[in-house]
Design a protein around this ligand. Structure first.
Ligand SMILES: [Zn+2]
Length: 377
């Protein structure tokens, strides 16, 4: 049920096939983010048209509203959001540590104030696993202690050690839930992935990886705590340190990344999976990804422009509408503009991942990446 096969490699870049209960995902792959059980402004049909094979949903947001019990009563997250392909749920660790309601962290878990009703709540590693089990995604993430980029070694170690202790508790609770299910139905349909921490400290990152690998037979592994305010160089250093030490036949998920150039740089360093709100958030602000770099559709230069947003793109936005019309939609604050730019940006990253896969399979990823970079920047 949970299988990852490497189809081809080109230096460190990999093309693989990840099999999950709700379908297969060809990697490298970009996962659109459906924070509240919806990828903002896009329907499941839009996502399929954009070529999405896996979507990420957010445990914290679904827990505070409408609550995992409601989602479970409505048939689980797949049925709730009418998405029949693979789903991954983030554990909520990143949200409880980064949102305004954050209160305190201790060994038990994290206390926070709901951004919906102000109520005080606590998420423990066990609760994070139980919530994700109720939501029923194909892949659940372990509950981790996230620290900002650039923290000192002692702070990063403290968070890494806690993440490892919490990971043991997540593994235990997930196994218990599986055992209960196994006694009722034959198959178990969710896997749990760990999240590596250690900040910008390469020795901690290596230690985090080695100790995490010793805790279970994982079906995938995530690299967390990057894209949280550190420089690009730090991200590259961490990826280059981890790459030769990561098990080859395991999908590697770089959390919260990213922008087009970040995807290319990370695939070059052996990463397989990505998620980021950038395509939809930027799209709603009128900023579009194109092979020649970002375009702000609000700019006056597009007023009488008949060309599409991206001449190389096959999405509904680019095959139907002119830049001039898209600019008008944003000037007039029409909702269609938000949908069309979000759709294009998601399609752009999914196509970028597919192009990288093809370059890996052709065995010349480095040359492809150099050509891509020359045009994009
Ligand atoms: Zn397009």
């Amino acid at each position: 049920m949970f299988e990852f096969v490497i189809d081809a490699t080109s230096d460190c870049a990999r093309a693989g096939t990840l099999t999950l209960p709700h379908g297969t995902v060809e990697t490298p792959a970009f996962m659109p983010v459906g924070t509240q059980g919806t990828v903002r402004a896009l329907s499941p049909a839009d996502l399929k048209a954009a070529g999405a094979h896996i979507v990420l949903a957010n445990t914290y947001h679904l827990h505070v509203r409408p609550g995992e019990t409601v989602v479970a009563k409505l048939g689980g997250l797949h049925r709730f959001m009418a998405w029949d392909r693979p789903l991954l749920t983030d554990s909520g660790g990143f949200q409880v540590f980064s949102l305004e309601g954050f209160r305190k962290v201790d060994e038990a878990g994290v206390e926070f104030q709901s951004h919906i009703d102000g109520a005080r709540r606590t998420i423990t590693p066990e609760r994070a696993v139980e919530i994700q089990w109720a939501l029923g995604a194909d892949v659940a993430m372990a509950f981790d202690h996230v620290v900002p980029g650039g923290v000192d070694g002692a702070t990063a170690r403290d968070a890494m050690e806690r993440t490892l202790r919490w990971l043991e508790r997540c593994v235990k609770r997930h196994a218990e839930l599986k055992d209960v299910q196994r006694s009722v139905v034959a198959s178990c349909d969710q896997t749990l992935w760990p999240i590596l921490q250690g900040g910008a400290h390469l020795d901690l990152r290596t230690e985090s990886l080695q100790r995490t690998l010793g805790l279970s037979d994982w079906t995938g592994i995530a690299i967390g705590g990057l894209s949280v305010g550190e420089s690009k160089g730090v991200m590259y250093d961490v990826l280059e340190t981890l790459e030769p030490r990561l098990p080859r036949a395991m999908p590697r998920y770089l959390m919260g990344v990213g922008f087009p150039a970040d995807l290319v740089a990370a695939v070059e360093r052996g990463v397989d999976l990505f998620d980021c709100v950038a395509p939809t958030r930027n799209g709603r602000n009128g900023s579009a990804f194109t092979p020649d770099g970002p375009v702000n559709i609000r700019n006056a230069e597009h007023r009488e422009e008949t060309r599409p947003l991206d001449e190389t793109c096959d999405c509904e936005t680019c095959t139907t509408f002119s830049r001039g019309y898209l600019r008008h939609l944003f000037a007039a604050e029409e909702l269609l503009g938000l949908r069309l730019l979000s759709l294009h940006n998601v399609r752009f990253l999914i196509r970028l991942a597919a192009d990288m896969r093809a370059a890996v399979r052709a065995g010349d990823f480095s040359r492809w990446a150099a050509d891509w970079r020359r045009r994009y920047t």
